[in-house]
Design a protein around this ligand. Structure first.
Ligand code: PAF
Length: 278
């Protein structure tokens, strides 16, 4: 595997490639990321990964400084997955001048759910992903469904800018107790780690209630929200949405439109997100 830092080097390495499969990450790789590398191999060749902790998508709360940086361990993992190139630019490689041109997703998609609780997050994601796409020029790129809204926003962005790239959404990888793998799980204290699968269990209860015909979705959401709150979580949202555009379904669509339930909640100081397709 070649580790490249600069955009020029990356372009030189990838010259002539037209079937590149790309997996953008922020590092601190876990089995979820590695499953994306394996999936990428089924869609294209070579497989290119990136590791870049993108400052534009962090708020002013210190999360950027806290984000775990584990490049050595990440390189070892990627080598085992036969990744061809790892693009790991420094901040200066990625943004040699202040990044004044930015991509703002439409408010209707980027201003709700995660966008409401993390203002500026999706414009940071879109700007970085757009730039990474322009550097790597992949044929196909992998994004995890755990970040369901991110996947949809990136897919729409690529479609509206007519980027010649297919966006593939990959299933969430979970621990045996159901907790979705995430770099943030490492911040959970042992007692919080034991409690954390309750988020997935709550989403399963929502799914079961919807599948068994519940029509008052607001009360299903509220029940899930208070279940989490009673267990000591601080939920931001539990919301049942249409998969097609992440809007709330109309009553006449129930049982017809494919849905997804999405949630974000804090356990102690750690904010976790998860979702389940219904
Ligand atoms: O999901 C992530 O790891 C990041 O948001 C991404 C897509 C690499 C953009 O910085």
């Amino acid at each position: 595997m070649k580790l490249v830092r600069s955009i020029e080097e990356l372009r030189a390495q990838l010259r002539g490639q037209n079937r590149t499969a790309f997996v953008p990450t922020m590092g601190n790789l876990h089995e979820g990321h590695l499953s994306l590398m394996r999936l990428a191999r089924q869609y294209g060749d070579p497989v290119v990964a990136s590791i870049f902790v993108n400052p534009l998508q962090f708020g002013p709360n210190g999360d950027y400084a806290k984000y775990p940086r584990t490049l050595e361990a990440d390189i070892e993992k990627l080598q085992k997955e036969n990744v061809y190139v790892l693009f790991a630019p420094t901040e200066n490689d990625m943004y040699p001048q202040p990044q004044e041109y930015r991509v703002h997703p439409p408010h209707a998609l980027g201003g709700m759910l995660e966008g409401e609780f993390r203002p500026g997050f999706f414009h940071g994601v879109c700007t970085a992903v757009m730039k990474l796409m322009s550097c790597v020029q992949p044929r196909v790129a992998m994004f995890g469904k755990k970040d369901y809204q991110q996947l949809m926003i990136v897919r729409e962005m690529c479609a509206q800018f007519a980027l010649p790239v297919d966006i593939v959404g990959a299933e969430t990888v979970r621990d045996v107790d159901g907790l979705a793998l995430s770099s943030r799980n490492r911040f959970l204290a042992p007692s919080e780690r034991a409690e954390a699968p309750a988020l997935h269990r709550t989403l399963n209860q929502v799914r079961d209630r919807v599948l068994s015909g519940a029509s008052d979705l607001k009360s299903v959401e509220l029940k899930a929200f208070s279940t989490l709150a009673e267990r000591g979580w601080v939920p931001d949202y539990v919301s049942i949405r249409r998969r097609s555009d992440l809007r709330a379904p109309d009553p006449q669509e129930l049982g017809v439109a494919p849905l997804v339930v999405m949630a974000a909640a804090k356990l102690g100081a750690t904010r976790l997100i998860d979702n389940l397709e219904i």
